[in-house]
Design a protein around this ligand. Structure first.
Ligand code: PLP
Length: 807
């Protein structure tokens, strides 16, 4: 039995050495680190398979309700460390490796980082899976097994260069191909209406079929038998090729469906392919769930009692018409019964109010690609519009505004809202904006449907595994109960003024800062002083996140450090660290990366100031890098234009590792500053009401600020007056134009003065270490709410209605 292999150090050591040699046919000391990684991971997966089988058996027996979380993205990060910890065998393996003179960290580093997501949304899905399993609930992920994950970023000459992420090439140990559960998914063709015994039936003819093959990844909970599934679908040619077709081209067309993750989470390109991806994983996932359900219960009558389908953002919104199609065309239900089951089964999470991210599919694309699904969508729309007319009266503008199909576009958010029993936002402020502004009418129409579920992060990955020093300190002070119940962080409160504890926390922070500095120096040759303030902004590069404001402030700061020797003397050294990928087609975002690197070249090489100011743009920010970065921060930059960041989760990772937030009252920053106390963060700038007001009145002219504020004028002029001698004179013209000629829509200049003041305050504050450490500890003590364990309990209680798995 594989179980016994991890019984004790001696048994494991012998089994491991033997296995490595058997797998690779050479002596243990001749095998590579990769081979050692591969073997260990394989043994861990096998070890978990006992519980995996048991979980499935328990679910078959108990007839419990299960949730399926449909998401285009799962940004899982590496799995080995997490799985070792969750299985409770990390120490054993570490000690065995010590005996073998192997460094477990080094072996963990060999794992490819599966980047099947863009950023926050995909990472949230991954944190959810960890918490669902760790809490012992039956909930599974359903997504796409992209052959290429989110691109790898290189910085060449200061510019971002995108390199394909061939994560599968190293061999992915964790998933299991389930060939016999493959299903065929139809595209194109026609719908024919038939009469069968007086009943109308629709058949889909001449369709092109794509074979969807599921790969199951075990999701191993912490200290529990629960092992759930992440189901990832791969697109392959179906058994029979259509007649008269170029086989090679046909095959490559089909494989394209699961080839690339869309590198952009805010705009749509390659619309048909994207739409194909969406239907592909929705239809395949649902088919498998329905097959299992019918096998277990013999009927679809009770589907909503046993299954919740969660729609993560609008990408899987086709679940609504697809479930209707299954119930009507395949199961023979009438419309009303099918609609009743569907709307009791589906739940939807909204992630953004950014207009460009709200998906709308042209009818001319959707109709030919998915003829029957489109018919059903039209019928859902027709019936919904009749309800609207009942309520508002014929010809009322709200009827056309709220309709699911309008201006020849299918509005996916409307489809998801109408077809779901629950619609949730991801932070208190975001949900309020949905309910009171963006989706006010829907909220009034569907009383009680809208609700808030503030995002979280799994503290197991983001503290227990990534910050062992802090974990040990916490456990020493408050016991290890926090690992199961993060509200126990609060027990730290009596210690926040304790000098000894402060010193210990200071040492933890210094250790993490040193570790980050070492990687940065090794990879990029820039030396950071661990005694400087580590001021970090890591997240996707986007205008609304305002990395631009951060870099413009650094330009201002550099000017001041050069000019004002008294200021320079009193200034505590500060290291600004950025990490961000820009979408391939997002030129403006790429320009900001170039600007950061151009400024970095100047400031890092200026002997007069570089003991005070350093600047690094880290290459290829991803989950594994984040695990090193989050624990090393003193300051967490969360400076989005208020109203624009729905929640943020990076802010929570930083908080839990004892960084202070310098930020606007946006997204979950609001709740962070409420829990920790606003005096323990550095909050500045326009709030949501003020931004909404400015948007409404249009009463903002960035030129006024340019003329009035000499500090800002100087920085803006430096963008275009040849100040940067190493780039073309027009390199940053677009940035200048955007801020001045195009109205500065994200209020960078409007908030600039407040940001300068906030930064000055932060620098002063840090110099009072006694106060600073107290505030940092309070942030940790109050971060328990932001564990996804809390988030998931709320989903379970209010939306999914699950019970823990009965073993
Ligand atoms: C947490 C995380 C994000 C989300 O960061 P935000 O600051 O909330 O936008 C993005 N990318 C990675 C790799 C992360 O770990």
């Amino acid at each position: 039995m594989t179980t016994s292999l991890f019984k004790n150090k001696k048994v494991f050591k012998e089994a491991y050495v033997k296995r490595v040699e058997e797998m690779f046919g050479k002596r243990f000391d001749e095998t590579t680190m990769n081979e050692k990684y591969f073997t260990l991971a394989t043994m861990v997966r096998e070890y978990a398979s006992n519980n995996w089988i048991e979980t499935q058996g328990a679910l078959k027996k108990s007839n419990q309700k299960q949730t399926y979380y449909f998401s285009m993205e799962f940004l899982m990060g590496r799995l080995l460390t997490n799985n070792l910890t969750n299985l409770g065998i990390r120490n054993l393996v570490e000690e065995a490796f010590d005996d073998l003179s192997l460094d477990l960290n080094e072996i963990e580093d060999k794992e490819a980082d599966p980047g099947l997501g863009n950023g926050g949304l995909g990472r949230l899905a991954a944190c959810f899976l960890d918490s669902i399993a760790s809490l012992g609930y039956p909930g599974h992920g359903n997504g796409i097994r992209y052959r290429y994950g989110f691109f790898e970023q290189r910085i060449i000459d200061g510019y971002q260069v995108e390199v394909p992420d061939q994560w599968l090439q190293k061999g992915f140990v964790w998933d299991v191909r389930k060939e016999n559960e493959a299903v065929d998914i139809p595209f194109f063709g026609q719908v024919r209406m038939l009469e069968d015994n007086g009943k109308i039936k629709y058949v889909h003819e001449n369709a092109e079929y794509v074979k969807a093959v599921p790969y199951d990844v075990p999701i191993i909970g912490y200290d529990t038998k629960t092992v759930n599934n992440l189901i990832l679908w791969s697109a392959e040619p179906a058994r029979t090729y259509p007649q008269g077709i170029n086989a090679a081209e046909y095959e490559s067309n089909i494989r394209q469906i699961s080839e690339f993750l869309y590198p952009d989470d805010s705009t749509d390109e390659g619309k048909i392919l994207r739409l194909k991806q969406q239907y592909f994983f929705v239809a395949a996932g649902l088919k498998r769930i329905v097959n299992n359900h019918k096998e277990q219960y013999g009927t679809m009558e009770n589907f909503h009692e046993k299954v919740c389908l969660h729609i993560n953002d609008t990408h899987p919104a086709l679940l609504v018409p697809e479930l209707m199609r299954v119930l009507i065309d395949e199961e023979g239900y009438d419309w009303d019964t099918a609609w009743s089951i569907t709307t009791k089964t589906c739940a939807y999470t909204n992630h953004t109010i950014l207009a460009e991210a709200l998906e709308k599919w042209p009818v001319r694309l959707l109709q030919p690609l998915l003829p029957r699904v489109f018919m059903i969508t039209e019928e859902i729309n027709k019936r919904f519009c009749l309800d609207l007319i009942d309520r508002y009266g014929e010809g009322h503008p709200k009827v056309t505004e709220l309709a699911i199909i309008g201006e020849d576009l299918v509005r996916m958010a409307h489809l998801a809202i109408v077809g779901s029993f629950s619609v949730n936002g991801v932070a208190a402020l975001h949900t309020n904006i949905l309910k009171e502004i963006e989706m006010k009418d829907f909220n009034e129409l569907f009383k009680g449907r809208f609700n808030n579920k503030t995002n979280g992060i799994t503290h197991r990955r983001w503290l227990l595994n990534s910050n062992p020093e802090l974990s040990d300190l916490l456990t020493k002070l408050i016991g290890d109960g926090w690992i199961k119940d993060t509200m126990e962080f609060d027990k730290l409160m009596p210690y926040v003024t304790d000098e000894k504890v402060k010193k210990e926390f200071y040492d933890v922070k210094q250790a993490r800062k040193t570790a980050l500095a070492e990687r940065i120096e090794r990879e990029q040759g820039i030396k950071l002083d661990p005694n400087s303030i580590f001021d970090i902004q890591v997240k996707r590069m986007h205008e609304y996140k305002r990395q631009l404001m951060n870099i413009l402030h650094i330009m201002y700061l550099y000017n001041r450090l050069k000019d004002d020797s008294e200021f320079r003397q009193n200034f505590h050294p500060q290291s600004f660290i950025f990490g961000a990928k820009a979408a391939g087609g997002y030129d403006f975002a790429k320009k900001v990366i170039k600007l950061i690197n151009t400024v970095a070249d100047i400031v890092n090489n200026d002997e007069e100031t570089n003991s005070k100011l350093k600047l690094v743009f880290v290459e290829n920010y991803n989950v594994s890098y984040a695990e090193l970065i989050m624990p090393a921060a003193d300051l967490s930059e969360q400076i989005s234009t208020a109203t624009k960041e729905a929640s943020g989760t990076g802010n929570m990772k930083f908080m839990m590792n004892g960084a202070l937030t310098i930020g606007t009252l946006d997204g979950a920053n609001v709740e962070i500053s409420e829990f920790a106390g606003i005096e323990n963060e550095i909050i500045f700038g326009l709030n949501a009401d003020e931004v909404n007001e400015l948007n409404a009145t249009g009463d903002y002219n960035p030129w006024d600020i340019y003329y009035k504020d000499e500090r800002i004028r100087r920085v803006l002029d430096q963008l275009i007056n040849g100040y940067f001698s190493n780039v073309q004179p027009d390199e940053f013209r677009d940035i200048y134009d955007n801020l001045l000629h195009n109205g500065d829509s994200y209020y960078v200049l409007k908030d600039f003065d407040a940001y300068i003041n906030a930064q000055e305050k932060a620098n002063k504050m840090y110099q009072d270490q006694d106060k600073w450490l107290e505030k940092a500890l309070i942030n940790i003590a109050k971060s328990g709410y932001f564990s996804t364990d809390r988030t998931i309990e709320q989903y379970v209680e209010d939306i999914w209605h699950l019970e823990k798995i009965k073993f």
